[in-house]
Design a binder for this molecule. Structure first.
Ligand code: ZN
Length: 256
């Protein structure tokens, strides 16, 4: 028996997901049981995959706890089943939602990815102190403190002709990737996750410097949030992945 990553008690561990299993299941359903895997590794061919990026990491009790406390709310919100939604020109406005609860869902997915042994989450490298801060909230079924970090969530769109439809974008899952920004001489690093048609960016060191930025931070208003539109083609990491996958198709490195 091994130690559960959340409660740290030795127990039989479940095959736990970070990005929820239901995200992968709906993807597999549309692809006759498989999804197309595009790898950033130059030598890995494009191929079909049934992998939902799970590894043994939580005991049964903790697995259920995270599902009930965070995943249900977060997934319902992302699927438009919580609050009121208005589509504006700049983004999608969600009203009457619990932004701190939703934020804790995002961080719980992030935390599960960070402690996962799965290769697709290996790109998440953050301090153990930050992970412990999230863990200590999740284990108490509490909301992760608002000042612990900064989270932005954007809604993916593709306005290019013949581009991805909204439902296509919802089927895109990208392995998390790191970024570094320089803002007025300060370096900020972030990790970005993409699933269900949204782009989640987490800054382990909170951004306080600019009012304009903090206005877009998830949780700055308790009951509403605007998910700004983000063109999928304007995410360089995703664009690179698509270009290299197309190159693989041309080189015969594609089994799909
Ligand atoms: Zn546990």
């Amino acid at each position: 028996m091994e130690k559960c990553n959340l409660c740290r008690i030795k127990s039989e561990l479940c095959n736990s997901h970070a990005i929820p299993d239901s995200v992968f299941r709906s993807l597999f359903k549309k692809g006759n049981g498989q999804a197309i895997k595009l790898s950033s590794n130059e030598r890995s061919p494009n191929c079909k995959s049934q992998d939902s990026w799970a590894t043994e990491q939580l005991c049964n009790r903790c697995e259920t706890k995270l599902n009930i406390n965070y995943d249900q709310y977060g997934l319902n919100l992302l699927r438009g089943k919580v609050g009121e939604i208005e589509k504006g020109s700049e983004g999608v406005y969600f009203l009457n939602i619990d932004t701190l609860k939703f934020r804790s869902f995002v961080l719980s997915v992030f935390w599960r990815g960070a402690v996962s042994e799965h290769e697709n989450y290996k790109t998440i490298e953050v301090s153990s102190g930050f992970l412990e801060l999230i863990r200590s909230s999740l284990v108490r079924s509490a909301k992760v403190s608002k000042n612990s970090c900064t989270v932005f969530v954007q809604r993916l769109v593709d306005t290019t002709e013949g581009g991805f439809s909204e439902s296509n974008l919802r089927e895109l899952v990208v392995s998390p990737f790191p970024r570094t920004y320089e803002v007025r001489g300060h370096l900020y690093s972030s990790i970005t996750m993409i699933f269900l048609g949204f782009c989640f960016e987490i800054f382990p060191s909170p951004i306080h410097s600019s009012e304009k930025i903090s206005q877009f931070a998830l949780g700055s208003c308790k009951s509403s949030y605007t998910f700004p539109y983000l063109e999928i083609t304007e995410i360089p990491e995703v664009l690179d992945l698509m270009v290299s996958s197309l190159r693989k198709v041309n080189q015969g490195l594609s089994n799909v």
